[in-house]
Write a protein that binds this ligand. Structure first.
Ligand code: COA
Length: 175
């Protein structure tokens, strides 16, 4: 399988429906660390739901409207980065991220996102890359700032998760 190295024995690899067993096990392992912020942490609960989630991204990849990559460290799945949306005609995409707690604090997401941002802008001509997060998600805000995103504003009660209508901060890089 091809991969894109991030250094320190870390790499990005495609994450595809045939990896549903691995993704379901990963979801079980990191669920408690992701449920405060990540919707799939509620819905990916077994191999079938993991396959459905990955198939959704396979379909989006086929239509050039989204992509998912696994972030592997020493060969183990530890995180992910996604083009949650990808609109080539508009030149606008949104990036999403997550990491297992034990590999946070090493700059892995910063490096992985630079790969996605560079590809979106340099290879695909995107003019706007978005990053959306909960105003209480300090680690996500720090990552957005580190990557050079600018905070543009906050949509109030724009996202429903875990029984709560949450505000959403909009960050973006524009060319
Ligand atoms: C958001 C999340 C991915 C950020 O993870 P992270 O490890 O803090 O981010 P990075 O991989 O970019 O690492 C940055 C940290 O590594 C440190 N670091 C070490 N080497 C580094 C390097 N070469 N480059 C950049 N940062 C480096 C930074 O100082 C920073 O640590 P600090 O926060 O203590 O200052 C993680 O907190 C997470 O998975 N949260 C749950 C899911 C989530 O909220 N996703 C976002 C939804 S909007």
């Amino acid at each position: 399988m091809f991969s894109r190295t991030l250094g320190d024995d870390a790499e990005l690899r495609p994450l595809e429906p045939w990896q549903a067993t691995e993704f379901a096990a990963y979801a079980d392992r990191v669920r408690d660390a992701l449920t405060p912020w990540i919707p799939w942490a509620y819905t990916v609960v077994d191999e079938a739901s993991a396959r459905a989630y990955l198939q959704g991204y396979a379909d989006r990849q086929a239509t050039d409207t989204g992509r998912i990559f696994g972030l592997y460290v020493s060969g183990a799945l530890q995180g992910g980065v996604i083009y949650r949306s990808f609109d080539a005609a508009q030149g606008v995409c949104e990036i999403g991220v997550w990491l297992a707690p034990e590999v946070r604090g090493r700059g892995l997401i910063t490096r992985a996102c630079r790969v996605l941002i560079d590809w979106a802008i340099d290879a695909r001509g995107m003019v706007r890359v978005e990053w959306l997060c909960d105003p209480r998600n300090e680690a996500s805000i720090a990552a957005a700032r580190r990557l050079g995103f600018t905070h543009e504003g906050t949509h109030r009660k724009a996202f429903h998760l875990d029984g709560e209508h949450r505000d959403v901060q909009v960050w973006a890089i524009v060319t």
